[in-house]
Design a protein around this ligand. Structure first.
Ligand SMILES: NC(=O)c1ccc[n+]([C@@H]2O[C@H](COP(=O)([O-])OP(=O)(O)OC[C@H]3O[C@@H](n4cnc5c(N)ncnc54)[C@H](OP(=O)(O)O)[C@@H]3O)[C@@H](O)[C@H]2O)c1
Length: 256
């Protein structure tokens, strides 16, 4: 294969969750740029429509799917409907995620469960339902968006760190089970990427300075910094990469 063919997603359908903004929105654009038809899923209808329209305006193929990833009935029905329409995703990017920051003593169990439902249970349900179509086709790519908090802990982020460690385990288990069917499962572990999820940290001068000094490349990441990692894991180029956690953090974790 030529380098262009190795990264060509023409003829593929990709489902990206959390595509209404931030990392997922950029990832959807990246997959569309590589030739995939992209289904952008999240709860915010107007933001999704805007993101899909931006892709279409650039000549790509995209459509919005209003979906709460925590609604198992809706997730199952959406995937079944895509399969019935002959449009089962070849690529699933489990990106939707939330964080709850609070000291342990002040944390609430319902908030903890909400993080677990969004960051862990939903990716499991989505992988299970998307894998049905992938296994039938003998091809699939599942990419879970984990975090450097899949590798280490952080104060005030116990629920988040727990789910991100667990998504690493889920990724490896999916890789082991689905690999024989031509479906790979990998995860990306981003470092500090400037999005809405961490606006409070970006505007905290001390925290901002610590990210810049503790990250060897000397800056926060941008959503575009994750694009090539995602494309690699979704493309023919990564056929023999399975169960891998790809850290994209400017070197943050190697120095901590
Ligand atoms: N930014 C970072 O530094 C960083 C670092 C490591 C890992 N990550 C991970 O990267 C992923 C994306 O984060 P981000 O920084 O892009 O955050 P973000 O800007 O806050 O975007 C989060 C996305 O998830 C969607 N979402 C949340 N709950 C949902 C639900 N129940 N159903 C459907 N969609 C839902 C949101 O859409 P709606 O609100 O419209 O539903 C939004 O599109 C997350 O898994 C996060 O943990 C981020």
């Amino acid at each position: 294969m030529t380098p262009a063919q190795l990264f060509d997603l023409s003829g593929r359908t990709a489902l990206v969750t959390g595509a209404s903004r931030g990392i997922g929105k950029t990832m959807a654009q990246t997959l569309a740029d590589a030739g995939a038809e992209v289904i952008l899923a999240a709860r915010s209808k107007s933001a999704l429509e805007e993101a899909a329209a931006a892709i279409t305006a650039k000549g790509g193929r995209a459509r919005p799917l209003v979906l709460d990833v925590c609604d198992e009935t809706a997730v199952t029905a959406s995937l079944a409907s895509l399969r019935d329409a002959g449009n089962a995703p070849d690529i699933l990017v489990n990106n939707a995620g939330i964080i709850e920051r609070s000291p342990l003593a002040e944390s609430r169990t319902d908030a903890w469960r909400n993080v677990v439902d969004t960051n862990l249970v939903a990716p499991y349900v989505l992988a299970r339902e998307a894998a049905r179509g992938m296994v039938a086709k003998g091809f699939g790519r599942i990419v879970n968006i984990a975090s450097i908090m899949a590798l280490h802990g952080k104060r005030n982020a116990h629920a988040y760190a727990s789910t991100k460690h667990a998504i690493a385990g889920l990724t490896k288990a999916l890789a082991a089970e689905l690999g024989p069917s031509g479906v790979t499962a990998n995860a990306i572990c981003p470092g500090y990427i400037r999005t809405e999820i961490n606006v409070a940290l970006q505007t905290d001068q001390a925290f901002d300075a610590s990210v810049r000094t503790r990250t060897p490349v000397g800056r926060w990441g941008e959503t575009s910094d994750l694009a090539t990692a995602l494309l690699f894991l979704c493309a023919p180029a990564s056929a023999y990469v399975n169960g891998h956690l790809l850290v994209v953090d400017g070197g943050f974790t190697v120095t901590h």
